[in-house]
Design a protein around this ligand. Structure first.
Ligand SMILES: Cc1ncc(COP(=O)(O)O)c(C=O)c1O
Length: 354
């Protein structure tokens, strides 16, 4: 047997694989998936659209181009900016860091989406977390300091943030964009729920990149994300992207889904309405933070019992996310907004566990 440590990089051996819980819970509210599928007649049309797909061929470049054009038009992307496609936005994050020179420090306000640090560390990049303020707002001064001190630096800003749900102020992002020589990726994974974007800033700020995914709006199983940026960056990212990273079924499905944007928009509106109701119910029994995403972060009054509460919910078939071990999130749990029925089942199980 060859010696593991001579072959596998230290930073890989040191980490655990990303944990995805096994099994199919009765109510799944742990991963910010949409609880809604498409109406049955739309699904039939989708299956019909897939029927003649040439799965014996590699995905066609023209189809990638067509999809990019549609995404650009529908997101109001300024002419001159370009799009790179990813097998989920996670893949784009990975490609982005693969393309970066080893001197680049990855900076992010923390707590935030775990993959920023996970991918940076796995690739042996330096990661600097800048703690959020007590109300989970941005500490702009500390971030500016970090970006200047660790230049060249790449800043990841989840807008709104996961797992806090907070949407930073646009003026704060503008202040960060004023820093010369810092690259800023604004990750708009929860755009359908926040409806706030800085995509309009791309034309005037070539150091900005905007990342989107279709996972949260009902297409998580398709694994599809995209990044919009100045061509100086997309040109390099295209070299790192594997040639056929988006499979033909996904390309056809995303094109199909764009024709039903109104159905997805309606689902997002229902989720926003449910978020307000769930917020009200949770506020009566826990500390809960206002969220512009499709999930809520809350801390039960018996914060030290977060682990037990999470396990009891799981035993009752309700899966949420225990984030209480993250620095800055002691005693906190995160719940995805589900259908009205799912939210009721969750609240009843939570009341019992409390
Ligand atoms: C802020 C943020 N960005 C990106 C992702 C990953 O999305 P995808 O499914 O496109 O890889 C997530 C998923 O939770 C997220 O919270």
């Amino acid at each position: 047997m060859a010696k593991l440590e001579r072959y596998i990089a230290d930073q890989v051996r040191a980490r655990a694989a990303y944990h995805v819980p096994a099994g199919e819970p009765r109510v799944k509210l742990d991963a910010m998936e949409s609880p809604y599928s498409l109406p049955i007649e739309v699904r039939d049309r989708w299956l019909h659209a897939l029927r003649d797909l040439a799965i014996n061929r590699y995905p066609a470049v023209d189809h990638y181009q067509r999809l990019k054009k549609r995404l650009a038009a529908e997101s109001g992307l300024a002419p001159g900016c370009e799009i790179v496609l990813g097998n989920g936005s996670d893949e784009i994050l990975q490609n982005l860091l693969l393309a970066m020179s080893p001197d680049v420090t990855v900076v992010a306000p923390t707590p935030t989406f775990v993959m920023y640090e996970q991918i940076a560390s796995l690739l042996g990049r330096r990661f600097v977390g800048v703690p959020l303020k007590d109300d989970f707002g941005l500490d702009v001064r500390a971030l500016k300091d970090a970006l200047t001190r660790h230049a060249p630096a790449l800043l990841f800003l989840a807008y709104p943030n996961n797992p806090t749900g907070i949407l930073y102020q646009r003026a704060e992002i503008e202040e960060l964009l004023a820093i010369e020589d810092a690259l800023i990726v604004v990750d708009e994974a929860y755009y359908p729920f926040a409806q706030a974007t800085v995509i309009d800033k791309l034309a005037t700020h070539p150091q900005l990149m905007v990342l989107r995914t279709l996972s949260k709006q009902g297409l998580a199983g398709m694994r599809f994300g995209w990044l919009a940026a100045d061509p100086v960056w997309t040109h390099e990212l295209e070299k790192v992207r594997l040639p056929y990273n988006i499979n033909s079924v996904t390309v056809a499905t995303i094109g199909f889904a764009l024709d039903y944007a109104d159905v997805f928009a309606d689902q997002a509106r229902r989720i926003r309405d449910e978020r307000a109701k769930l917020f009200g119910a949770l506020a009566a029994i826990a500390t809960v933070w206002p969220s512009e995403a499709n999930f809520l972060l809350f801390r039960p009054h018996k914060a030290h019992e977060a682990g037990r509460i999470h396990r009891e919910l799981e035993a009752r078939g309700v899966l949420i996310k225990n984030v209480s071990h993250h620095p800055g999130l002691t005693g906190c749990l995160r719940v995805t907004v589900g259908t009205p029925d799912e939210n009721q089942v969750f609240l009843a199980a939570l009341a019992q566990a409390l």
